[in-house]
Every structure is written in C-alpha cells, then in structure tokens.
Design a protein around this ligand. Structure first.
Ligand code: GLN
Length: 246
C-alpha cells in the first residue's frame, strides 16, 4: 500500500481550531503512517488562493470573530476549488464553525456571514442558550460520539440529507433530531472531541474514501486505546457503549 498518499488540505488551521480540532489532522496522519500510506499536509489560510489538488479538505470550528474573517476569504479565494472537490467526490469535512461555513450562511442578529453553499444548510444564531454537551449520533454505518458547543442552529434545505440522527445531545438545532449534513463525501458535523480520535472507524472511512480504497482493504490496527476513547465518549453521552460500530 506504500504507493498510496493521502493529500490533506487544512483550511485556516491557525484560526479554526477550537476544542483541539487539530487532533483530527493528527489522527488522519497517524492512521495513514501506521499503515504505510503516505501523508501530506498542506495548510491554506487567509490570503491564499486554493487549487483543487487534494484528496481531503478539512476545516475545524471557530469563534464567531474568526469565522467572519475566514468566511470572506473562503468566498473570495477558495470556494471554486471546494466546489470542484465536492463535485469530483473528494472528501470535504467541516466541524462546527467549519460546517456552518460550508452552508449558505450564518446569520447573527442583523448580520449575515455568507458561506460557500457546498451543503444546502443555513445557520441562525437565535435567542436561547448555546447548545452544549456530550452528543452521540447514529450514522448509516455506525455511531459517533463527542462534544458540541454552538450558538448557531442549523437548518437543512429540503433535499439535504443529515449526517445522522441524534441519539443524545442537541445536534443541528436542538429540535429536529438531525445532526450534521452530508452530500456524497462532503460532510458537516457539530461533533468536536476531537471528532476523529474518538471515532476511529469514521477516520478510517474517510481515509479509505479519500485514497480510493474499500475500508476493508485498510490494514487492521490495534485500536485498544481508540476503542476505549470511543466507549468513553459514548458513555459520557449516556449511550450504551456496546452500541459501537464501524
Ligand atoms: N461560532 C459558532 C457558533 O457558536 C461555531 C462554534 C464552534 O465552532 N464551536 O455557533
């Protein structure tokens, strides 16, 4: 498998990295290296035009102020590349603030922060508490668990599929029972934790998809610690840890 290389582009890793979301990149790197899959990480931040030449694009969560900066830059310099990536089924993963920016807009009071509309969702900072706490979500192929903390409520467009169904926690808006959004390999989620270290099975799905392998073709790793992290996150959310997956 040594001829395979996962080329990752981290968008705004200096600004969109709340709750150690950078750990998602480390997890991708380690699980590639442990399998002798090459790993190349490129950062793209403010002022840098983006070309669509990566297998996986990643944008983490951020504070509203940082999100504003990134939103304008994303629209001006990166939107065409990300739309091209989505159209050719490259993996695009957005977490929390990053998820919101993949949608059409993030509305706060009288302000509208434009997103790139790669997912048919829009987010509104309504009155009411922030949606905070442990969360567990059932996807088609497994359960993910982690931590959410967002003021925005995200609404799916009519034809937009969610990423999964909330088992515990708030999810997109605290009411719909939906969490995240997914269009082919473009994925948005509110799950921090960070997401991938607590949900190694999802990390492997993304790696396999991004490098064009069936997940069953990935070498099996000793996941004792990863399984324990997953079980702990599930338990924190109040879900029976035997309901794992993957
Ligand atoms: N600023 C956004 C919100 O509060 C996203 C927060 C985050 O990324 N954790 O909704």
């Amino acid at each position: 498998m040594t001829d395979r290389v996962l080329r990752v582009c981290a968008l705004y890793p200096d600004l969109m990295n709340i709750y150690a979301d950078r750990g998602n990149l480390l997890m991708l790197e380690r699980r590639c290296r442990w399998r002798s899959i090459g790993f190349e990480l490129t950062a793209s931040s403010l002022g840098e035009a983006l070309r669509d030449e990566f297998d996986l694009y990643y944008i983490g969560g951020g504070q509203d102020a940082d999100q504003r900066l990134c939103a304008a830059d994303l629209l001006a310099l990166k939107a065409p590349a990300l739309h091209s990536a989505g159209a050719r089924d490259a993996v695009v993963l957005g977490v929390c603030g990053g998820y919101q920016l993949l949608g059409h807009a993030y509305e706060l009071a009288s302000e509208r922060v434009e997103g790139i509309g790669l997912l048919d969702v829009h987010t509104v900072r309504e009155d009411g508490p922030r949606l905070i706490g442990s969360v567990a979500v059932e996807l088609a192929d497994g359960v993910i668990a982690g931590f959410e903390n967002h003021g925005g409520r995200t609404y799916l467009g009519a034809g937009q599929a969610p990423l999964g169904r909330v088992l515990r926690g708030h999810g997109n808006d605290g009411r719909s029972g939906f969490e995240g959004a997914r269009t082919r390999n473009v994925i948005g989620t509110y799950v921090h934790g960070p997401l991938l270290p607590k949900n190694a099975w999802l990390c492997d799905r993304l790696i396999a998809t991004a490098v064009g392998l069936d997940p069953s073709a990935l070498a099996v790793l000793d996941d004792t610690l990863e399984d324990a992290a997953h079980a702990t996150a599930l338990r924190a959310a109040g879900v029976d840890a035997s309901r794992s997956t993957g």
